[in-house]
Design a protein around this ligand. Sequence first.
Ligand code: B16
Length: 219
Amino acid sequence: MIKAIIFDLDGVLISTDELHYRAWKALADRLGVPFDRAQNDRCRGISRMDSLEIVLGRSPVKYTLREKEAFTAEKNENYRSMLASLTESDVPEGVLPTLALLKKRGYSLALASASKNAPLILERTGLGAYLDAVADGNCVTRSKPDPEVFLVAAEKLGIAPGECAAVDDALAGVEAARAAGMLAVGYGDSTASGAGDINLERFSQLAEVFTVPGEPVKS
Ligand code: B16
């Protein structure tokens, strides 16, 4: 009996993959470390510091924690300068009308993202107006597949995890949703693996699955 829907940000409500890639690539080039899109894909849904470990994966140099913190700060400054030009038009087609419809039907909506930049992204794109609660990298300490960020989102909504559905494009996110005791909805990349309890190809399909809050979902 689902009353709330909790969304991952990057890869679900918006795609900032390319911007992450450009910012990590600039750092990797400066350090002389090879970095490609396949590595960038492995950074999806995980924390900034864990992503740096992937970026430095092929580096022969062992860096100190202080150096690594400086690298993540450098990447983030570059990434945030790119985020500054985001607008509502960067939200994929179908996302905003579907969120509006789900909200109108009475579902509570929340965000569960590893990103510490989520507030800026929500503000720039207007997505924040559709959400009743936000759990992001600023309020959790453990990355997906740990369920922490989904559980914090449910707690902020005041809705039991068993009454929440969680939508995520990363396998780690689908695992996190399940570990949180939520209905796991695989979307985008995770759909192909059939990892979720429900797997959707289009965002607008959410409106076909979640029709009336508190009633069985239409799978
Ligand atoms: P930041 P999500 C994740 O967002 C990204 O997919 C991942 O690539 C990034 O490392 C992580 O946020 C942290 O982002 O550097 O902005 O704090 O998929 O959890 O919405």
